[in-house]
Design a protein around this ligand. Structure first.
Ligand code: HEC
Length: 146
C-alpha cells in the first residue's frame, strides 16, 4: 500500500501541475487573474455594441447633430478603455494579443476619438478602420472556435 502510493504520488503531482498550468493559460484569455469581468462579458457588453454604434453612426449614416457626435465620442472612448482592461490583470497571453490591443484597438480608438472631437468624419472613419482590424487580429488566434 505504502509503496504503491509512493509510486503514484509523483504522477498525481505532475498531472495536478499540468492541469494548473492549463487553467492559468485559459484564465489569462477568458478572464483576468483577480477581477470578475470575463472577456466574453466585455465583448458582449462593451466591445461589440460600441463597435456597432460606430458603424451605425459613421458608415451606415453620417452624424448630423451634436447628439450624434456625443454618442460617437462615448463609443470611441469605451472601446479605448477596453484596450486597457484587456491588457490588465494578467489577461494578456502574448504579443498578438498585445499588438491587437495597443496598436489597433487603442491607437485606432484614440484617433477616432480625437477626430470625433473635431467633428472630422474622414479622420473618425480612419480610426474606426484601424480599431476594427483588432477584432480579427486577436480573434484569429485567441477566440475559441465553437
Ligand atoms: C485582444 C484580443 C481581442 C480583441 C482585440 C477583440 N476581441 Fe473579441 N474576443 C476575444 C476573446 C478571447 C473572445 C472569446 C471569449 C470567450 O469565449 O471566453 C472574444 C469574443 C468575442 C465575441 C463573442 C462573445 C461571446 O458572447 O462569446 C464578440 C461578439 C467579440 N469578441 C467582438 C469583438 C469585436 C467587435 C472586436 C473589435 C472591435 C473584438 N472582439 C476585439 C478577444 C478579443
Amino acid at each position: 500500500m505504502m509503496i504503491s502510493m509512493k509510486r503514484i504520488l509523483p504522477a498525481i503531482l505532475v498531472a495536478g501541475l499540468a492541469i494548473g498550468a492549463l487553467n492559468t493559460g485559459l484564465a489569462q484569455v477568458k478572464k483576468g487573474k483577480t477581477r470578475p469581468l470575463t472577456t466574453e462579458q466585455l465583448m458582449e457588453a462593451i466591445v461589440k455594441p460600441h463597435m456597432g454604434e460606430l458603424k451605425k453612426g459613421l458608415v451606415d449614416s453620417k452624424p448630423s447633430s451634436d447628439e450624434d457626435w456625443k454618442k460617437l465620442a462615448l463609443s470611441a472612448a469605451l472601446l479605448n478603455e477596453s484596450s486597457y482592461t484587456m491588457m490588465e490583470d494578467g489577461r494578456c497571453p502574448d504579443s498578438i494579443w498585445a499588438d491587437a490591443c495597443t496598436k489597433d484597438l487603442r491607437e485606432g480608438s484614440a484617433a477616432a476619438a480625437a477626430a470625433i472631437e473635431k467633428k472630422d468624419i474622414e479622420g473618425a472613419l480612419a480610426g474606426f478602420k484601424k480599431l476594427g482590424a483588432s477584432c480579427k487580429a486577436c480573434h484569429s488566434e485567441h477566440k475559441p472556435k465553437h
